[in-house]
Write a protein that binds this ligand. Structure first.
Ligand code: NAD
Length: 344
């Protein structure tokens, strides 16, 4: 069975997902597209040789009876409306992060999905499909290092442009750690504090860089998460979990090790798209396959989108106030309690 996909938002990641569905993955076909910039939608049809209808907006696209699944890849503030429309029409949804820009918006989606009665929505947190994270999670789930006590992690980019401001360290960067870490250790966040070390000379007036987030979980795990987006040397994701019996670390990206001129060296990537290319492919293949196999997506849920939104809000407040901020999550509904699968 081929899943017929409609794409809302044909910008950078929308185009990448179209390319994946059409040229890399199996079991999906893009049959409809829309974008507020209609020229962009027509260009996507032309560039990827799609046999697809261009719709004027998300309402019309979601109303196409031939579409099985909707990909929401528009700007963050537009996500909630498109996801709610899709749920109302009983369509599956793959929504890029954020699920909605507010916790209340995420809750409206959670409620609509529960009212519908089965899972329809998957949120685009692709780290869960990265082979390194999958291995780290298996080590923790197999109790190889005992109970986790502390996590040290870093999210470093070589550089960002002038549009990247202090709050984006949370909404664009740390958001991926926020999702991956609670999933890794089966725990919920309780509070967050932010420290600003000495600012790098490579930053600009409206960006504190680096930043260090200290998150505490309900189970007592302490997380030190560094975001450093002008680190210069490369795109580098680190994650080390300290447990009662040992330490488990995210593997380094495979790279040839060279011994030459009294030096031992290997390469570090520069581009996040390259770093997580396999993860994006597995994430979307898993989404398409799950719809056929289980008639439900198996990846990150609307509830994970809600957790990310509440935690991100607290991180933003901690940035502003310099105080430790409580992360107040509602109890997880039974509907979302089953652990989601990540293996293809
Ligand atoms: P982009 O600006 O390149 O593309 C967004 C597109 O959406 C634009 O073409 C815009 O015209 C269109 N659009 C905006 N509002 C719309 C609406 N109401 N209906 C239809 N189209 C609309 O942005 P992008 O980099 O592709 O990011 C899109 C989303 O994907 C963002 O939410 C971003 O956070 C997320 N994203 C996630 C990852 C990840 O690692 N998972 C990576 C990149 C982007």
């Amino acid at each position: 069975m081929t899943i017929k996909v409609g794409v809302i938002g044909t910008g950078a990641i929308g185009r990448e997902h179209i390319d994946r569905i059409e040229n890399i993955l199996s079991g999906g076909e893009v049959k409809a597209v829309t974008d507020v910039n209609q020229a962009s939608a027509y260009k996507a049809v032309e560039d990827y040789h799609l046999d697809a209808t261009v719709y004027p907006d998300d309402v019309a696209l979601v109303g196409d009876p031939n579409i099985d699944a909707v990909f929401v890849t528009s700007w963050g503030p537009a996500h909630e409306q498109s996801v709610l429309l899709a749920i109302e029409a009983g369509k599956y949804v793959f929504c890029e992060k954020p699920l909605a820009t507010t916790a209340e918006g995420c809750m409206r989606i959670v409620e609509a999905e529960q009212k519908h009665g089965k899972r329809l929505v998957q949120v685009g947190f692709m780290r869960r499909y990265d082979e390194g994270y999958v291995q780290l999670k298996e080590a923790l789930d197999n109790n190889e290092i005992g109970d986790p006590l502390m996590i040290h992690c870093s999210h470093r980019n070589p550089g960002v442009d002038e549009n990247y401001k202090t709050d984006m360290a949370v909404t664009e960067t740390l958001i991926h750690e926020i999702d991956a870490l609670h999933w890794l250790i089966h725990d919920n966040y309780e509070s967050v504090r932010v420290d600003f070390p000495k600012k790098t000379k490579y930053s600009h007036a409206e960006l504190q860089d680096p930043q260090v987030f200290t998150l505490k979980t309900q189970g007592g795990v302490l997380i030190k998460a560094e975001v450093f987006v002008n680190c210069k040397y490369g795109y580098d994701i680190q994650c080390e979990v300290m447990g009662e019996e040992g330490i488990a670390k995210l593997p380094e990206v495979a790279s040839v090790v060279v011994r030459k001129e009294s030096k031992l060296s290997s390469n570090i990537l520069n581009d996040w798209k390259v770093r997580f290319m396999d993860a994006y492919n597995k994430e979307l293949q898993n989404f398409l396959d799950s719809l056929v196999k289980y008639e439900e997506p198996q990846g990150p849920t609307s509830w994970d989108g809600y957790i990310a939104a509440v935690t991100a809000d607290a991180c933003l407040k901690a940035q502003e106030t310099g105080e430790e901020v409580e992360i107040k999550l509602q109890d997880t509904p039974d509907f979302y309690k089953n652990e989601t699968l990540v293996r293809n």
